[in-house]
Every structure is written in C-alpha cells, then in structure tokens.
Design a protein around this ligand. Structure first.
Ligand SMILES: [Zn+2]
Ligand SMILES: [Zn+2]
Length: 139
C-alpha cells in the first residue's frame, strides 16, 4: 500500500493520519513481520524524527483500539503487532523468533462445541521450529 492509501485507510478507521502513524502502519503492512515495539523502533529510528518507544507504543495502542491492528501475546510479556486483522493463525519459531501467518478455515469456526457462545477474540498459536531453521539444524 502506498502512503496515500494508508492515510485514507487510517482516516476511514477514525484515525487522523499523522506522519508517524502513517509510517508505522506502512511498516506493519509492508513487513508483515509481526514486530515488537523494539523492532519497529530500531527499524524506523532513522526515518522518523524524534521517534520514541513511547510514541510507537501509543500509536500501536490507538491502532488496536481502532481495530486496524492486533496485539498478539504469543508468549511471556512479548507483544507483537499485526496489521492483518482477519482471522488467521500464528506460528512462532523457537529458534529465530519469527512469527508466520497461517490460514484457518472460517467454516470451522467457531467450533460446534461452543454453540450458543459469543466469541469476542480469536487467538490461534502454534510454536515450534520453522522450515528455514529446521533446514539449518539438519544441514
Ligand atoms: Zn525459525
Ligand atoms: Zn498475522
């Protein structure tokens, strides 16, 4: 997505498209790496004047509250952010810490065992070793 499209998208979601917000959203959308605040900070520090971790945290919080990003808490205190808010699962590699998306069949959700329940949040997490790291171990 171009910066202009990102601005329009934020605006449509009720978020004023300030430069820092647009840059952070554009980072999330293009990288798709489910970054932590620290990862965003070290990647964008040279691109955005006066960027602080607090700013990033506040922008991400706004995104989550406005429904344009998800905060993923896959393990421990580590929070990772995702601009893809559609229902999908996450696989976390124990070795490279990469978080990879996988598709979930919508028709299987929610599970019939939860008939009559109201589901407010979906979290599907798998942990293991990604194929890249498996290959490195076996090499
Ligand atoms: Zn890996
Ligand atoms: Zn994801």
């Amino acid at each position: 997505m171009e910066q202009q499209q990102i601005s329009a998208y934020l605006l449509k979601s009720g978020i004023r498209p300030l430069q820092k917000r647009v840059k952070i959203m554009s980072y999330l959308v293009s990288k798709r790496n489910h970054p932590t605040v620290d990862m965003i900070y070290s990647d964008l520090i040279h691109e955005i004047n006066g960027l602080s971790k607090t700013t990033i945290y506040n922008v991400l919080n706004l995104f989550v509250q406005s429904g344009v990003a998800l905060a993923l808490n896959i393990e421990g205190n580590e929070v990772r952010y995702d601009a893809d808010t559609s229902t999908h699962g996450h696989f976390k590699c124990k070795i490279c810490s990469g978080v990879i998306d996988f598709r979930i069949r919508q028709e299987e959700l929610p599970n019939p065992m939860l008939e009559g329940f109201r589901v407010d949040e979906h979290h599907y997490y798998l942990k293991g070793v990604c194929s890249f790291c498996v290959n490195k171990i076996e090499a």
